[in-house]
Design a protein around this ligand. Structure first.
Ligand SMILES: Nc1ncnc2c1ncn2[C@@H]1O[C@H](COP(=O)(O)OP(=O)(O)O)[C@@H](O)[C@H]1O
Ligand SMILES: [Mg+2]
Length: 269
């Protein structure tokens, strides 16, 4: 289905990106929680959401969505639209609520084709282009929501440039973004370190912070100590660590109270 058809079905207004209305869309995700959006593993999908703050753009880019449709008549602030332009991410707004918007698109056939998703033309890497082992390090500052997500975003750009498979990029990006947000939300400062080898990508998220008193509990889906102001942004769903584990082939976490936390993940190529 073309984005134009989605626009018409939802009687939506284009906030930015008229020139992208002929892109093909094969699925959709409707969610107001960042971790749910990131965990949604579909290709060529659009995002339907009521969240309009700047982190939604980063989350959408990390999750590889083709466009955002804001529901309930929401319109993001101008600086958020500017961010979307920089990412070439079309933005639409519909007055339908989330449930109805999803229903309209589902009924019209969007996302009912089970075979879609396999056909990703964005992946391909000849052996001759095999990347050399390389390391990327990014500093993360706690509580800095203006820069939050930038490290994962930059790393993703590098992975694309060196021709890493798009499915791998997706996993690394989601894991990195969740890890970065955990440092921003729960710690004082930290680092994301990517080591890219010909066979796997290792991602270490290391911070100075309060540490985690009970790792088993922290790993449980839905467990979160994030305060209300964080939850209002769509974070704090308690799905970050479970998502990181889900998207990694190897996952380990170490934490020392009063010192900090280290998460190590490996994603095979
Ligand atoms: N780097 C960290 N430093 C301290 N605590 C953390 C860190 N990462 C996670 N936690 C703790 O583990 C909980 C679960 O983390 P996560 O699954 O990412 O959910 P969320 O971030 O949505 O709360 C957090 O609420 C927090 O209590
Ligand atoms: Mg988290």
């Amino acid at each position: 289905m073309k984005l134009l058809e989605i626009k018409e079905l939802l009687q939506a207004k284009v906030l930015w990106g008229e020139e992208f209305l002929d892109i093909d869309v094969s699925n959709a995700c409707g969610a107001d929680l960042m971790s749910d959006i990131l965990a949604d593993n579909k290709f060529n999908a659009i995002l339907l959401t009521g969240l309009t703050h700047r982190q939604i753009i980063q989350t959408t880019v990390m999750g590889d969505f083709a466009a955002i449709v804001f529901v309930r008549g929401k319109v993001p602030p101008e600086d958020v639209i500017e961010l979307a332009k920089a990412e070439k991410l079309p933005l639409l707004t519909t007055s339908f609520p989330l449930y109805e918007s999803c229903g309209i698109l589902y009924k019209a056939g969007l996302g009912q084709d089970r075979v879609n998703g396999e056909a990703s033309d964005r992946s391909s890497r000849g052996d001759s282009e095999s990347p050399e082992a390389m390391r990327l390090t990014y500093d993360i500052v706690g509580n800095d929501f203006n820069s939050a997500g930038k490290a994962a975003e930059q790393a993703k750009r590098v992975l694309k440039q060196i021709g890493i498979d798009s499915g791998v990029i997706r996993k690394v990006s989601v894991a990195a973004y969740e890890a970065e947000m955990n440092i921003v939300i729960h710690a004082y400062k930290g680092k994301l370190i990517f080591s890219i080898t010909p066979r796997y990508i290792e991602l270490i998220a290391e911070d100075e912070g309060p540490g985690i008193p009970d790792i088993e509990k922290a790993m449980q889906e839905g467990y979160s100590t994030a305060p209300d102001r964080i939850r209002e942004l769509g974070f704090g769903a308690g799905m970050g660590l479970p998502n990181m584990k889900k998207f990694s082939d190897f996952f380990e976490i170490d934490s020392e109270l009063g010192k900090g936390t280290k998460v190590r993940m490996v994603i095979n190529l």
